[in-house]
Design a protein around this ligand. Structure first.
Ligand code: C2E
Ligand code: MG
Ligand code: MG
Ligand code: MG
Length: 271
């Protein structure tokens, strides 16, 4: 390589690094603005019980509202918020607003599942915050499910175990999200205080064409049942997949085939 082309290469690395930093600063500022001005919208996606095809559970999914009313999905800002530390405030905003919604929905037997990132789970004031918001909202703890990724629960395992125990002590339920996507071990699964196991969507999406995924999903369904936990399959996009999951003994299903996320306001105004 000539000296000139090497120099050009270095310059372009610096340029793309600069662009990346600019992007991050942009999102941190947008998040700060949204946190100050309630600039988020909550969506709700149904989770169907396969025993009787009833829907009494919904997962809450956050969106950032654009100036023109468009909704930005969390893939664009959650990783930034996790790096900047803003995720703790964001998850609290979601929890607070979900509990206010739950207060109205619980009379219809509805349960809400809310996602918590690793830093939020490990935030030492989480318990106090939840206690306070449960009290002020009047929402029932046993109708709240906290979704924690398997990865967040297995990092600092002993500590996570204690935190999940505490959350269940408040009466809340716990779901292990994206199960199987990280370095899961059935040993951990047995030891973790969780009520639900959400099998990662990557095992579900191509289920019909993958005998390996079928074996894995069937095994997780059996193990979940054996450990007294309820299984949930996410990313259910076809009727045939739903039928197969039912046959495997999966307890709950969620996905575009059963319904996309809708604004939680629609759920609140429906009766
Ligand atoms: P997740 O908790 O695993 O949520 C499921 C994601 O899959 C959602 O994406 C949902 O819209 C999408 N999805 C649902 N059904 C299907 C389907 O049939 N096919 C496919 N391909 N996708 C489907 P979304 O809303 O973009 O959220 C992405 C992730 O962002 C969530 O994954 C969760 O990890 C995170 N997230 C969302 N809301 C919050 C929040 O309030 N706090 C935190 N900490 N994380 C959140
Ligand atoms: Mg989730
Ligand atoms: Mg999930
Ligand atoms: Mg997922």
């Amino acid at each position: 390589k000539s000296k000139n082309s090497q120099r050009w290469h270095l310059l372009s690395i610096t340029a793309s690094r600069k662009e990346e930093l600019k992007q991050r600063v942009y999102w941190v500022e947008r998040l700060r603005d949204a946190l100050d001005n309630d600039g988020f919208v909550l969506m709700a996606q149904s989770i169907m019980c396969l025993a009787d095809n009833s829907v009494s559970h919904y997962e809450v999914l956050v969106r950032l509202r654009d100036e023109d009313g468009q909704l930005v999905t969390p893939g664009h800002f959650i990783p930034v918020a996790e790096r900047s530390g803003q995720i703790v405030a964001l998850d609290r905003w979601v929890l607070k607003n979900s509990l206010m919604a739950l207060k109205q929905l619980q009379e219809r037997g509805i349960h809400l599942a809310v996602n918590l990132s690793g830093p939020s789970l490990h935030d030492e004031n989480l318990k106090g915050f939840l206690e306070q918001e449960l009290a002020t909202s009047g929402a029932r703890a046993d109708h709240l499910i906290l979704e924690v990724t398997e990865t967040a629960a297995v990092t600092d395992f002993a500590i996570a175990q204690r935190i999940l125990e505490t959350l269940r002590g408040l009466g809340c339920q716990v779901a292990l999200d994206d199960f199987g996507a990280g370095f899961s071990s059935f040993h951990y699964l047995a030891q973790l205080p969780a009520d639900f196991i959400k099998i990662d969507g990557s095992f579900i999406r191509k289920l019909l064409d993958s005998p390996e995924d079928q074996m894995i999903v069937k095994a997780i369904a059996e193990i979940a049942t054996g450990f007294g936990k309820k299984s949930i399959a996410e990313f259910v996009e076809q009727e045939e997949i739903l039928a197969m999951l039912h046959q495997f003994g999966i307890a709950y299903a969620q996905g575009y085939h059963l319904g996309p996320p809708i604004p939680i306001s629609e759920l609140l105004s429906a009766s």
